[in-house]
Ligand binder design. Structure first.
Ligand SMILES: Nc1nc2c(ncn2[C@@H]2O[C@H](COP(=O)(O)OP(=O)(O)OP(=O)(O)O)[C@@H](O)[C@H]2O)c(=O)[nH]1
Length: 370
């Protein structure tokens, strides 16, 4: 069973390899790993020169091998074998840090490269979380052991050590910060994309019913402690079936998009305009009394036929609205039932109007050209 949302997403991506999320995911991983491969190969090429200068032939020759290993990860990245790339990089860094700290001592600072490696392997999801955490811990264990165990082996190199130490700390910390920044950007981007998909209606780009329901629950839960009034309006497009029947479903969709734009543009920024389903929309209007909002909705309703027009359709496109102000102590279901009842009245009264519970006897605010 897939309990966690990311597990569900992972399953979708695996079952539908052509999906955008899967392609984006591969692209992002390939970008991170290709960057790591190139930077890794360059730094190790630099180390060949450095170790030759320090007369450390074992380390110089090992770095020749390292350059090939890091370049070989470009091949595994190309074939989306990022787990293999991570294993090669991780293995190389551990052996390299071991050799360098053993031969030069921990003061040379080569063990610090284990930090960005640990971060890369844990932060970028190329291996299952347990394996990557174990590998990350292994890197950090190696860091601790090498730092404690290996003392300076070649005292004559001491004048170089400060420069070497600063060089290593710098080159180890740059990828560390970079990986953290990339991981954060990816997380934020993906979070935004997923929230956008989860909370918005695909056709109209308005908030969807799920989001509106959550917001309704939020405002109702707050109402117990807060006396700020808020209103709800249920908006239903009039005779929409005719548009679909006569012009086809695509023209109907086009009309819905235009209607949605018009409705949401007519509200304040703090109001929530959602697609409740089909040709029905729900407004949540916080911090507002019914007296002030009713006039605005009447205006919106009156101007709609002029504002919303689609090709080959001369009949006015209008809507009917049921509007209520939430009452203290009333449940969400009861309030919603009232709103639905007023919308029903608006339809029965001839459509293209706002009916609210503004006055005691449910004032009907009928538009001049109904
Ligand atoms: N094109 C399109 N049509 C939709 C969509 N969702 C619902 N509809 C159509 O909206 C129409 C709703 O019809 P009805 O419930 O009879 O309502 P109506 O014709 O608007 O009549 P009244 O509400 O009584 O004024 C149906 O034809 C649905 O197929 C959609 O996403 N796209």
């Amino acid at each position: 069973m897939l309990g966690h949302p990311s597990a569900a997403l992972w399953k979708i991506m695996k079952t539908h390899p052509a999906s955008t999320s899967f392609a984006n995911n591969l692209k992002q991983k390939a970008f991170i790993f290709n960057t790591a491969s190139v930077i890794g190969a360059l730094i190790h090429a630099l180390f060949i020169v450095l170790f030759s200068y320090l007369e450390q032939p074992i380390l110089a020759w090992f770095n020749v091998l390292s350059v090939f290993l890091w370049l070989s990860t470009l091949w595994s990245n190309k074939h989306h074998q990022h787990g293999l790339s991570a294993a090669i990089m991780c293995g190389e860094i551990i052996v390299h840090a071991f050799l360098a700290t053993k031969l030069l001592g921990a003061e040379a600072g080569f063990q610090y490269y284990l930090w960005p490696m640990a971060l890369l392997i844990v932060a970028v999801p190329v291996l299952p979380v347990v394996s990557s955490t174990i590998l990350g811990i292994l890197n950090m264990l190696a860091f601790g052991v090498f730092s404690v165990l290996f003392k300076v082996q070649l005292p004559e190199l001491i004048p170089h050590y400060q420069a070497l130490y600063i060089f290593n700390i710098t080159f180890a910390s740059i990828p560390f910060i970079l990986i953290a920044a990339i991981a954060r950007c990816l997380f934020e981007n993906q979070f935004l994309k997923i929230s956008q998909l989860a909370e918005h209606d695909e056709l109209t780009q308005l908030f969807n019913r799920r989001f509106a329901q959550r917001m309704l629950q939020y405002y109702f839960s707050r109402q117990k402690f807060n006396t700020t009034p808020f209103c709800i309006a249920l908006v239903d497009v009039d005779n929409f079936k005719q548009i679909n029947d006569e012009l086809g479903h695509d023209a109907g969709d086009e009309a819905l998009v235009k209607i949605a734009q018009y409705l949401s543009n007519s509200l304040r920024e703090s109001d929530i305009c959602s697609r409740w389903g089909g040709e029905e929309f729900l407004f949540i209007l916080p911090n507002t009394h019914i007296e002030s909002i009713q006039k605005r909705l009447e205006d919106m309703c009156a101007k709609m036929p002029e504002a919303v027009q689609i090709p080959n359709w001369d009949a006015p496109i209008s809507c009917s609205i049921g509007l209520v102000q939430a009452k203290q102590g009333e449940s969400l279901e009861e309030t919603f039932k009232r709103t639905d009842g007023l919308l029903y009245q608006a339809k029965n009264n001839g459509r293209h109007q706002v009916v609210s519970d503004h006055s005691k006897d449910s004032v009907k605010a009928k538009m001049s050209y109904c």
